[in-house]
Ligand binder design. Structure first.
Ligand code: UD1
Ligand code: MG
Length: 461
Protein backbone atom coordinates (compact mmCIF):
# COMPACT_ATOMS: atom_id res chain seq x y z
CA UNK A 1 0.00 0.00 0.00
CA UNK A 2 1.11 3.53 -0.75
CA UNK A 3 2.49 5.63 2.11
CA UNK A 4 1.06 8.79 0.57
CA UNK A 5 -2.52 10.00 0.88
CA UNK A 6 -4.57 9.24 -2.21
CA UNK A 7 -7.48 11.03 -3.85
CA UNK A 8 -9.42 9.77 -6.85
CA UNK A 9 -11.09 11.76 -9.60
CA UNK A 10 -13.57 9.67 -11.55
CA UNK A 11 -14.61 11.05 -14.94
CA UNK A 12 -18.24 10.34 -15.64
CA UNK A 13 -19.58 13.44 -17.37
CA UNK A 14 -20.37 11.70 -20.65
CA UNK A 15 -24.01 10.78 -21.23
CA UNK A 16 -22.88 7.94 -23.48
CA UNK A 17 -24.88 8.70 -26.61
CA UNK A 18 -23.98 5.34 -28.12
CA UNK A 19 -25.88 3.58 -25.33
CA UNK A 20 -29.10 5.13 -26.72
CA UNK A 21 -30.47 5.43 -23.19
CA UNK A 22 -32.11 7.91 -20.82
CA UNK A 23 -29.80 6.60 -18.10
CA UNK A 24 -26.29 8.10 -17.76
CA UNK A 25 -23.89 5.54 -19.20
CA UNK A 26 -22.12 4.74 -15.93
CA UNK A 27 -25.46 3.90 -14.27
CA UNK A 28 -25.94 0.83 -16.47
CA UNK A 29 -25.53 -2.28 -14.35
CA UNK A 30 -23.03 -5.10 -14.44
CA UNK A 31 -23.84 -8.02 -12.16
CA UNK A 32 -26.84 -6.04 -10.89
CA UNK A 33 -24.86 -2.97 -9.79
CA UNK A 34 -24.27 0.30 -11.68
CA UNK A 35 -20.82 0.20 -13.27
CA UNK A 36 -19.74 3.36 -11.42
CA UNK A 37 -20.38 1.57 -8.10
CA UNK A 38 -18.08 -1.30 -9.13
CA UNK A 39 -15.31 1.22 -9.58
CA UNK A 40 -16.10 3.02 -6.31
CA UNK A 41 -16.08 -0.31 -4.43
CA UNK A 42 -12.58 -0.99 -5.81
CA UNK A 43 -11.48 2.47 -4.66
CA UNK A 44 -12.79 1.65 -1.18
CA UNK A 45 -10.69 -1.52 -1.18
CA UNK A 46 -7.50 0.43 -1.85
CA UNK A 47 -8.46 2.91 0.91
CA UNK A 48 -8.67 6.07 -1.17
CA UNK A 49 -8.91 9.05 1.18
CA UNK A 50 -11.11 11.27 -0.97
CA UNK A 51 -13.08 10.83 -4.18
CA UNK A 52 -14.62 13.34 -6.56
CA UNK A 53 -16.90 12.10 -9.32
CA UNK A 54 -17.10 14.48 -12.28
CA UNK A 55 -20.64 14.35 -13.63
CA UNK A 56 -22.51 16.09 -16.43
CA UNK A 57 -25.36 18.56 -15.91
CA UNK A 58 -28.73 17.04 -14.87
CA UNK A 59 -27.42 13.75 -13.56
CA UNK A 60 -29.19 13.73 -10.18
CA UNK A 61 -29.57 9.95 -10.30
CA UNK A 62 -25.83 9.50 -10.73
CA UNK A 63 -25.07 11.98 -7.94
CA UNK A 64 -27.37 9.97 -5.64
CA UNK A 65 -25.71 6.69 -6.63
CA UNK A 66 -22.23 7.93 -5.70
CA UNK A 67 -23.26 9.74 -2.46
CA UNK A 68 -21.83 10.57 0.02
CA UNK A 69 -18.85 11.12 -2.26
CA UNK A 70 -18.27 14.58 -3.67
CA UNK A 71 -19.44 15.37 -7.17
CA UNK A 72 -18.45 18.21 -9.47
CA UNK A 73 -20.42 19.20 -12.54
CA UNK A 74 -18.58 19.67 -15.84
CA UNK A 75 -20.90 21.89 -17.87
CA UNK A 76 -19.05 21.80 -21.21
CA UNK A 77 -17.59 18.55 -22.35
CA UNK A 78 -14.28 20.16 -23.24
CA UNK A 79 -12.08 17.08 -22.85
CA UNK A 80 -10.47 14.88 -20.22
CA UNK A 81 -8.09 17.69 -19.15
CA UNK A 82 -11.01 20.02 -18.54
CA UNK A 83 -12.90 17.33 -16.63
CA UNK A 84 -9.91 16.75 -14.32
CA UNK A 85 -9.60 20.51 -13.81
CA UNK A 86 -13.24 20.58 -12.65
CA UNK A 87 -12.53 17.62 -10.36
CA UNK A 88 -9.40 19.23 -8.89
CA UNK A 89 -11.32 22.44 -8.12
CA UNK A 90 -13.78 20.41 -6.06
CA UNK A 91 -11.01 18.45 -4.39
CA UNK A 92 -8.96 21.53 -3.43
CA UNK A 93 -5.20 21.51 -2.79
CA UNK A 94 -4.07 17.92 -2.31
CA UNK A 95 -0.69 16.60 -1.21
CA UNK A 96 -0.31 12.99 -2.31
CA UNK A 97 -1.47 10.77 -5.18
CA UNK A 98 -4.30 11.85 -7.43
CA UNK A 99 -5.66 8.90 -9.34
CA UNK A 100 -7.65 9.60 -12.48
CA UNK A 101 -10.17 6.95 -13.52
CA UNK A 102 -13.02 6.64 -15.99
CA UNK A 103 -16.47 5.69 -14.74
CA UNK A 104 -17.03 3.68 -17.90
CA UNK A 105 -13.99 1.46 -17.23
CA UNK A 106 -15.44 -0.32 -14.22
CA UNK A 107 -13.57 -3.62 -14.04
CA UNK A 108 -10.12 -2.35 -13.15
CA UNK A 109 -8.66 -4.47 -10.37
CA UNK A 110 -7.48 -3.49 -6.93
CA UNK A 111 -4.03 -5.04 -7.56
CA UNK A 112 -3.52 -2.90 -10.66
CA UNK A 113 -4.35 0.33 -8.83
CA UNK A 114 -2.06 -0.67 -5.97
CA UNK A 115 0.74 -1.32 -8.48
CA UNK A 116 0.26 2.22 -9.80
CA UNK A 117 0.36 3.74 -6.31
CA UNK A 118 3.48 1.73 -5.53
CA UNK A 119 5.11 3.00 -8.72
CA UNK A 120 4.68 6.54 -7.38
CA UNK A 121 6.89 5.72 -4.38
CA UNK A 122 10.56 6.70 -4.68
CA UNK A 123 13.01 3.90 -5.48
CA UNK A 124 16.48 4.10 -3.89
CA UNK A 125 18.62 6.68 -5.69
CA UNK A 126 15.79 7.97 -7.88
CA UNK A 127 13.17 10.70 -7.68
CA UNK A 128 9.68 9.34 -7.34
CA UNK A 129 7.75 9.48 -10.63
CA UNK A 130 5.41 12.45 -10.92
CA UNK A 131 3.08 10.71 -13.37
CA UNK A 132 2.23 7.01 -13.58
CA UNK A 133 0.21 5.87 -16.58
CA UNK A 134 -1.51 2.53 -16.88
CA UNK A 135 -0.57 1.19 -20.30
CA UNK A 136 -1.80 -1.84 -22.18
CA UNK A 137 -1.43 -3.52 -25.54
CA UNK A 138 -4.90 -3.95 -27.03
CA UNK A 139 -5.51 -6.31 -29.97
CA UNK A 140 -6.51 -3.24 -31.95
CA UNK A 141 -4.79 0.00 -30.83
CA UNK A 142 -7.25 1.97 -33.06
CA UNK A 143 -8.27 5.22 -31.39
CA UNK A 144 -6.27 4.84 -28.19
CA UNK A 145 -3.58 7.34 -27.28
CA UNK A 146 -0.08 5.92 -27.93
CA UNK A 147 2.60 5.85 -25.24
CA UNK A 148 5.88 7.19 -26.55
CA UNK A 149 8.79 5.81 -24.52
CA UNK A 150 12.32 7.10 -24.18
CA UNK A 151 14.68 4.75 -26.06
CA UNK A 152 17.33 5.10 -23.37
CA UNK A 153 15.61 4.77 -20.01
CA UNK A 154 12.28 3.26 -21.14
CA UNK A 155 10.36 5.99 -19.31
CA UNK A 156 7.32 7.75 -20.72
CA UNK A 157 8.04 10.83 -22.84
CA UNK A 158 4.60 11.69 -24.17
CA UNK A 159 1.11 10.45 -24.91
CA UNK A 160 0.01 11.14 -28.45
CA UNK A 161 -3.66 10.88 -29.31
CA UNK A 162 -4.35 8.67 -32.34
CA UNK A 163 -5.84 11.58 -34.30
CA UNK A 164 -2.75 13.68 -33.75
CA UNK A 165 -0.17 10.91 -34.18
CA UNK A 166 2.29 10.56 -37.04
CA UNK A 167 2.07 7.31 -39.06
CA UNK A 168 5.16 6.02 -37.17
CA UNK A 169 3.62 6.85 -33.79
CA UNK A 170 0.44 5.07 -34.82
CA UNK A 171 2.53 1.89 -35.20
CA UNK A 172 3.19 1.90 -31.42
CA UNK A 173 1.29 -0.95 -29.79
CA UNK A 174 1.54 0.32 -26.18
CA UNK A 175 -1.56 2.40 -25.48
CA UNK A 176 -2.99 4.69 -22.84
CA UNK A 177 -5.74 3.04 -20.80
CA UNK A 178 -6.73 6.49 -19.51
CA UNK A 179 -5.97 5.56 -15.89
CA UNK A 180 -3.27 7.81 -14.50
CA UNK A 181 -1.79 8.77 -11.18
CA UNK A 182 -0.33 12.24 -10.58
CA UNK A 183 1.53 14.07 -7.88
CA UNK A 184 -1.39 16.10 -6.51
CA UNK A 185 0.72 19.15 -5.80
CA UNK A 186 2.02 19.44 -9.36
CA UNK A 187 -1.13 18.44 -11.28
CA UNK A 188 -2.91 21.87 -11.09
CA UNK A 189 -0.05 23.68 -12.78
CA UNK A 190 0.14 21.07 -15.58
CA UNK A 191 -3.62 21.45 -16.10
CA UNK A 192 -3.29 25.24 -16.29
CA UNK A 193 -0.98 24.86 -19.29
CA UNK A 194 -3.34 22.72 -21.40
CA UNK A 195 -4.56 24.04 -24.73
CA UNK A 196 -7.27 22.80 -27.06
CA UNK A 197 -5.15 23.31 -30.15
CA UNK A 198 -5.39 19.73 -31.43
CA UNK A 199 -7.35 17.47 -33.78
CA UNK A 200 -10.40 17.23 -31.50
CA UNK A 201 -10.30 20.81 -30.18
CA UNK A 202 -10.35 19.40 -26.61
CA UNK A 203 -8.20 19.85 -23.52
CA UNK A 204 -6.28 16.59 -23.43
CA UNK A 205 -5.27 15.37 -19.97
CA UNK A 206 -2.63 13.32 -21.72
CA UNK A 207 -0.64 16.46 -22.62
CA UNK A 208 0.29 16.73 -18.91
CA UNK A 209 2.88 13.99 -19.48
CA UNK A 210 4.76 16.19 -21.95
CA UNK A 211 4.71 19.13 -19.49
CA UNK A 212 6.02 16.98 -16.66
CA UNK A 213 8.90 15.78 -18.85
CA UNK A 214 9.67 19.36 -19.94
CA UNK A 215 9.95 20.30 -16.28
CA UNK A 216 12.38 17.44 -15.68
CA UNK A 217 9.97 15.13 -13.81
CA UNK A 218 9.78 11.39 -14.29
CA UNK A 219 6.80 9.67 -15.96
CA UNK A 220 6.50 5.89 -15.97
CA UNK A 221 4.19 3.21 -17.31
CA UNK A 222 2.62 0.33 -15.35
CA UNK A 223 1.25 -2.55 -17.42
CA UNK A 224 -2.42 -3.47 -17.31
CA UNK A 225 -4.44 -6.20 -18.86
CA UNK A 226 -6.93 -5.56 -21.69
CA UNK A 227 -9.77 -7.49 -19.98
CA UNK A 228 -9.87 -5.29 -16.90
CA UNK A 229 -9.58 -2.14 -18.99
CA UNK A 230 -12.60 -2.72 -21.17
CA UNK A 231 -14.41 0.57 -21.71
CA UNK A 232 -18.17 0.51 -22.03
CA UNK A 233 -19.49 2.80 -24.74
CA UNK A 234 -22.30 0.70 -26.21
CA UNK A 235 -24.70 -2.06 -25.23
CA UNK A 236 -22.45 -4.54 -27.02
CA UNK A 237 -19.50 -3.52 -24.84
CA UNK A 238 -21.77 -3.62 -21.78
CA UNK A 239 -22.55 -7.26 -22.60
CA UNK A 240 -18.83 -7.98 -23.07
CA UNK A 241 -18.09 -6.44 -19.67
CA UNK A 242 -20.87 -8.56 -18.13
CA UNK A 243 -19.27 -11.72 -19.56
CA UNK A 244 -15.88 -10.77 -18.08
CA UNK A 245 -17.52 -10.01 -14.74
CA UNK A 246 -19.53 -13.25 -14.69
CA UNK A 247 -16.45 -15.33 -15.51
CA UNK A 248 -14.62 -13.70 -12.61
CA UNK A 249 -17.55 -14.42 -10.25
CA UNK A 250 -17.71 -18.07 -11.37
CA UNK A 251 -14.00 -18.45 -10.67
CA UNK A 252 -14.40 -16.81 -7.27
CA UNK A 253 -17.30 -19.12 -6.32
CA UNK A 254 -15.44 -22.25 -7.42
CA UNK A 255 -12.30 -21.17 -5.59
CA UNK A 256 -14.52 -20.64 -2.53
CA UNK A 257 -15.66 -24.26 -2.60
CA UNK A 258 -18.78 -24.33 -4.76
CA UNK A 259 -19.10 -26.81 -7.65
CA UNK A 260 -20.58 -25.45 -10.84
CA UNK A 261 -21.33 -28.22 -13.30
CA UNK A 262 -21.51 -25.86 -16.29
CA UNK A 263 -20.10 -22.53 -15.04
CA UNK A 264 -20.93 -20.52 -18.15
CA UNK A 265 -24.67 -21.07 -17.56
CA UNK A 266 -24.74 -19.79 -13.98
CA UNK A 267 -25.21 -16.04 -13.48
CA UNK A 268 -24.38 -14.20 -10.27
CA UNK A 269 -25.03 -10.75 -8.85
CA UNK A 270 -22.16 -8.76 -7.47
CA UNK A 271 -23.34 -9.50 -3.91
CA UNK A 272 -24.09 -13.25 -4.19
CA UNK A 273 -22.59 -15.15 -1.25
CA UNK A 274 -22.10 -18.90 -1.45
CA UNK A 275 -20.69 -21.33 1.11
CA UNK A 276 -18.58 -24.48 0.76
CA UNK A 277 -19.63 -27.77 -0.80
CA UNK A 278 -22.51 -26.09 -2.55
CA UNK A 279 -23.53 -27.79 -5.80
CA UNK A 280 -25.03 -25.61 -8.51
CA UNK A 281 -26.44 -27.36 -11.55
CA UNK A 282 -26.63 -25.68 -14.97
CA UNK A 283 -28.86 -22.72 -15.89
CA UNK A 284 -29.28 -20.97 -12.57
CA UNK A 285 -29.60 -17.22 -12.10
CA UNK A 286 -28.91 -15.39 -8.85
CA UNK A 287 -30.46 -11.92 -8.56
CA UNK A 288 -29.52 -9.41 -5.89
CA UNK A 289 -29.28 -10.29 -2.20
CA UNK A 290 -28.74 -14.05 -2.18
CA UNK A 291 -26.87 -15.79 0.63
CA UNK A 292 -26.33 -19.52 0.51
CA UNK A 293 -24.82 -21.54 3.37
CA UNK A 294 -22.75 -24.75 3.11
CA UNK A 295 -23.85 -28.03 1.49
CA UNK A 296 -26.82 -26.52 -0.36
CA UNK A 297 -27.81 -28.13 -3.66
CA UNK A 298 -29.34 -25.87 -6.30
CA UNK A 299 -30.71 -28.00 -9.13
CA UNK A 300 -30.99 -26.77 -12.71
CA UNK A 301 -33.08 -23.88 -14.03
CA UNK A 302 -33.70 -21.97 -10.79
CA UNK A 303 -34.18 -18.21 -10.46
CA UNK A 304 -33.22 -16.97 -7.01
CA UNK A 305 -33.22 -13.41 -5.65
CA UNK A 306 -33.33 -11.86 -2.19
CA UNK A 307 -33.19 -15.30 -0.58
CA UNK A 308 -31.27 -16.69 2.38
CA UNK A 309 -30.74 -20.43 2.23
CA UNK A 310 -29.47 -22.40 5.22
CA UNK A 311 -27.14 -25.38 5.04
CA UNK A 312 -28.24 -28.65 3.52
CA UNK A 313 -31.28 -27.21 1.72
CA UNK A 314 -32.22 -28.56 -1.72
CA UNK A 315 -33.81 -26.27 -4.30
CA UNK A 316 -35.23 -27.03 -7.73
CA UNK A 317 -35.09 -27.93 -10.49
CA UNK A 318 -37.22 -25.10 -11.91
CA UNK A 319 -37.81 -23.28 -8.62
CA UNK A 320 -38.28 -19.56 -8.16
CA UNK A 321 -37.24 -17.97 -4.88
CA UNK A 322 -38.25 -14.34 -4.60
CA UNK A 323 -37.19 -11.62 -2.15
CA UNK A 324 -37.81 -12.35 1.51
CA UNK A 325 -37.42 -16.12 1.17
CA UNK A 326 -35.69 -17.77 4.12
CA UNK A 327 -35.06 -21.47 3.84
CA UNK A 328 -34.11 -23.34 7.01
CA UNK A 329 -31.59 -26.14 7.28
CA UNK A 330 -32.35 -29.16 5.09
CA UNK A 331 -35.54 -27.58 3.75
CA UNK A 332 -36.61 -28.88 0.35
CA UNK A 333 -38.15 -26.83 -2.45
CA UNK A 334 -39.06 -28.84 -5.53
CA UNK A 335 -40.00 -28.19 -9.13
CA UNK A 336 -42.32 -25.38 -10.20
CA UNK A 337 -42.51 -23.91 -6.72
CA UNK A 338 -42.52 -20.15 -6.12
CA UNK A 339 -41.70 -18.76 -2.70
CA UNK A 340 -41.95 -15.10 -1.73
CA UNK A 341 -41.51 -13.34 1.63
CA UNK A 342 -41.78 -16.60 3.51
CA UNK A 343 -39.88 -18.62 6.08
CA UNK A 344 -39.72 -22.29 5.24
CA UNK A 345 -38.26 -23.70 8.42
CA UNK A 346 -35.85 -26.53 9.06
CA UNK A 347 -36.67 -29.76 7.24
CA UNK A 348 -39.94 -28.48 5.75
CA UNK A 349 -40.82 -29.66 2.25
CA UNK A 350 -42.61 -27.88 -0.58
CA UNK A 351 -41.94 -30.39 -3.30
CA UNK A 352 -44.16 -29.64 -6.28
CA UNK A 353 -46.11 -26.92 -8.08
CA UNK A 354 -46.91 -24.55 -5.23
CA UNK A 355 -47.04 -20.85 -4.40
CA UNK A 356 -46.03 -19.91 -0.87
CA UNK A 357 -46.12 -16.15 -0.26
CA UNK A 358 -46.24 -14.06 2.94
CA UNK A 359 -46.10 -17.20 5.02
CA UNK A 360 -44.34 -19.32 7.59
CA UNK A 361 -44.04 -23.03 7.00
CA UNK A 362 -43.02 -24.60 10.30
CA UNK A 363 -40.22 -27.12 10.74
CA UNK A 364 -40.81 -30.49 9.07
CA UNK A 365 -44.19 -29.46 7.68
CA UNK A 366 -45.11 -31.06 4.35
CA UNK A 367 -46.86 -29.03 1.70
CA UNK A 368 -48.63 -31.11 -0.96
CA UNK A 369 -48.51 -30.53 -4.68
CA UNK A 370 -50.52 -27.61 -5.98
CA UNK A 371 -50.90 -25.85 -2.63
CA UNK A 372 -51.48 -22.12 -2.91
CA UNK A 373 -51.34 -19.46 -0.23
CA UNK A 374 -54.00 -16.98 -1.38
CA UNK A 375 -52.19 -14.00 0.11
CA UNK A 376 -53.79 -11.15 -1.81
CA UNK A 377 -57.41 -10.03 -1.68
CA UNK A 378 -57.06 -7.54 -4.48
CA UNK A 379 -56.11 -4.77 -2.05
CA UNK A 380 -53.96 -6.10 0.78
CA UNK A 381 -51.52 -8.93 1.44
CA UNK A 382 -52.21 -11.31 4.33
CA UNK A 383 -50.18 -13.89 6.17
CA UNK A 384 -50.46 -17.66 6.31
CA UNK A 385 -48.95 -19.50 9.26
CA UNK A 386 -48.44 -23.25 9.08
CA UNK A 387 -47.26 -24.92 12.27
CA UNK A 388 -44.41 -27.37 12.66
CA UNK A 389 -45.07 -30.86 11.38
CA UNK A 390 -48.37 -29.94 9.71
CA UNK A 391 -49.42 -31.83 6.58
CA UNK A 392 -51.17 -29.85 3.87
CA UNK A 393 -52.85 -32.14 1.32
CA UNK A 394 -52.44 -31.55 -2.40
CA UNK A 395 -54.33 -28.77 -4.11
CA UNK A 396 -55.16 -26.87 -0.95
CA UNK A 397 -55.96 -23.16 -1.10
CA UNK A 398 -55.05 -21.34 2.13
CA UNK A 399 -57.06 -18.11 2.09
CA UNK A 400 -55.01 -15.71 4.19
CA UNK A 401 -55.01 -14.56 6.89
CA UNK A 402 -55.15 -18.12 8.15
CA UNK A 403 -53.29 -20.30 10.65
CA UNK A 404 -52.80 -24.04 10.64
CA UNK A 405 -51.72 -25.42 14.02
CA UNK A 406 -48.71 -27.64 14.55
CA UNK A 407 -49.21 -31.25 13.55
CA UNK A 408 -52.57 -30.64 11.84
CA UNK A 409 -53.59 -32.58 8.74
CA UNK A 410 -55.47 -30.79 5.98
CA UNK A 411 -57.16 -33.07 3.45
CA UNK A 412 -56.40 -32.73 -0.24
CA UNK A 413 -58.44 -30.22 -2.19
CA UNK A 414 -59.37 -28.12 0.83
CA UNK A 415 -60.07 -24.41 0.71
CA UNK A 416 -59.19 -23.04 4.14
CA UNK A 417 -60.89 -19.85 5.22
CA UNK A 418 -60.71 -20.54 8.96
CA UNK A 419 -57.90 -21.48 11.31
CA UNK A 420 -57.12 -25.13 11.94
CA UNK A 421 -56.26 -26.25 15.47
CA UNK A 422 -53.06 -28.08 16.37
CA UNK A 423 -53.26 -31.80 15.57
CA UNK A 424 -56.76 -31.47 14.03
CA UNK A 425 -57.71 -33.21 10.80
CA UNK A 426 -59.81 -31.06 8.48
CA UNK A 427 -61.31 -31.51 5.04
CA UNK A 428 -63.44 -28.97 3.22
CA UNK A 429 -64.25 -31.04 0.13
CA UNK A 430 -67.88 -31.66 -0.94
CA UNK A 431 -69.53 -35.04 -0.02
CA UNK A 432 -69.08 -37.75 -2.62
CA UNK A 433 -72.30 -38.78 -4.40
CA UNK A 434 -72.33 -42.22 -6.05
CA UNK A 435 -74.74 -43.85 -8.57
CA UNK A 436 -73.77 -47.54 -8.76
CA UNK A 437 -73.49 -48.92 -12.35
CA UNK A 438 -74.63 -45.62 -13.86
CA UNK A 439 -71.57 -45.30 -16.10
CA UNK A 440 -72.51 -48.35 -18.23
CA UNK A 441 -76.08 -47.11 -18.63
CA UNK A 442 -74.77 -43.68 -19.62
CA UNK A 443 -72.49 -45.15 -22.31
CA UNK A 444 -75.31 -47.36 -23.75
CA UNK A 445 -77.56 -44.32 -24.07
CA UNK A 446 -74.88 -42.20 -25.75
CA UNK A 447 -73.91 -44.97 -28.22
CA UNK A 448 -77.58 -45.31 -29.25
CA UNK A 449 -77.89 -41.54 -29.76
CA UNK A 450 -74.81 -41.48 -31.96
CA UNK A 451 -76.04 -44.38 -34.18
CA UNK A 452 -79.41 -42.68 -34.61
CA UNK A 453 -77.71 -39.47 -35.80
CA UNK A 454 -75.57 -41.31 -38.32
CA UNK A 455 -78.68 -43.04 -39.82
CA UNK A 456 -80.39 -39.68 -40.24
CA UNK A 457 -77.41 -38.09 -42.06
CA UNK A 458 -78.20 -37.49 -45.81
CA UNK A 459 -76.20 -39.94 -47.98
CA UNK A 460 -73.73 -38.53 -50.55
CA UNK A 461 -74.17 -39.79 -54.20
C1 UD1 B 1 -8.92 8.95 -23.77
C2 UD1 B 1 -7.44 9.31 -23.78
C3 UD1 B 1 -6.68 8.30 -24.65
C4 UD1 B 1 -6.91 6.91 -24.11
C5 UD1 B 1 -8.39 6.61 -24.02
C6 UD1 B 1 -8.62 5.29 -23.29
C7 UD1 B 1 -7.33 11.73 -23.61
C8 UD1 B 1 -7.12 13.01 -24.34
N1 UD1 B 1 -7.30 10.64 -24.34
O1 UD1 B 1 -9.39 9.13 -25.09
O2 UD1 B 1 -5.32 8.58 -24.64
O3 UD1 B 1 -6.27 5.95 -24.94
O4 UD1 B 1 -9.09 7.62 -23.29
O5 UD1 B 1 -9.95 4.95 -23.30
O6 UD1 B 1 -7.46 11.73 -22.40
N2 UD1 B 1 -14.90 12.64 -20.10
C9 UD1 B 1 -15.48 13.61 -19.32
N3 UD1 B 1 -15.48 14.89 -19.76
C10 UD1 B 1 -14.93 15.25 -20.95
C11 UD1 B 1 -14.34 14.27 -21.75
C12 UD1 B 1 -14.33 12.97 -21.29
O7 UD1 B 1 -15.99 13.31 -18.23
O8 UD1 B 1 -14.97 16.44 -21.28
C13 UD1 B 1 -14.90 11.26 -19.63
C14 UD1 B 1 -15.73 10.37 -20.52
O9 UD1 B 1 -17.07 10.25 -20.02
C15 UD1 B 1 -14.99 9.06 -20.45
C16 UD1 B 1 -13.55 9.46 -20.24
O10 UD1 B 1 -13.58 10.77 -19.73
O11 UD1 B 1 -15.40 8.27 -19.35
C17 UD1 B 1 -12.71 9.38 -21.49
O12 UD1 B 1 -13.20 10.24 -22.47
P1 UD1 B 1 -13.20 9.87 -24.01
O13 UD1 B 1 -13.79 10.99 -24.76
O14 UD1 B 1 -13.75 8.51 -24.21
O15 UD1 B 1 -11.64 9.84 -24.29
P2 UD1 B 1 -10.94 9.16 -25.53
O16 UD1 B 1 -11.02 10.07 -26.68
O17 UD1 B 1 -11.42 7.78 -25.69
MG1 MG C 1 -13.12 6.65 -25.06
Amino acid sequence: MSKKKTAAIVLAAGMGTRMKSDLPKVMHPIGGRPMINHLLATLDKIHVDETVVVVGPDMAQLEAAVAPRKTAVQFDRAGTGDAVRVGMEALGPFKGNVLILYGDTPLIREQTLNAMLEAREAQPGQLSPTVVVLGFEPDDPGVYGRLVLDDEDGELMAIVEANDATPEQREISLCNSGVMCFDGELLPQFLSRLSDDNAKGEYYLTDCVGFAREDGFRCVVVDGDEEELIGVNSRVELAQAEVIFQDAMRDKMMKGGASLIDPSTVYFSFDTKIGRDVLIEPNVQFGLGVKIADRVHIKGFCHIEGAIIASGAIVGPFARLRPGTNLGEDAKIGNFVEIKNADVEQGAKVSHLSYIGDARVGADANIGAGTITCNYDGFLKHKTDIGAGAFIGSNTALVAPVNVGAGAIVGAGSTLTQDVGANDIVTTRAELKSAPGAAERFRDRKRAEKEQRQKEKPKKD
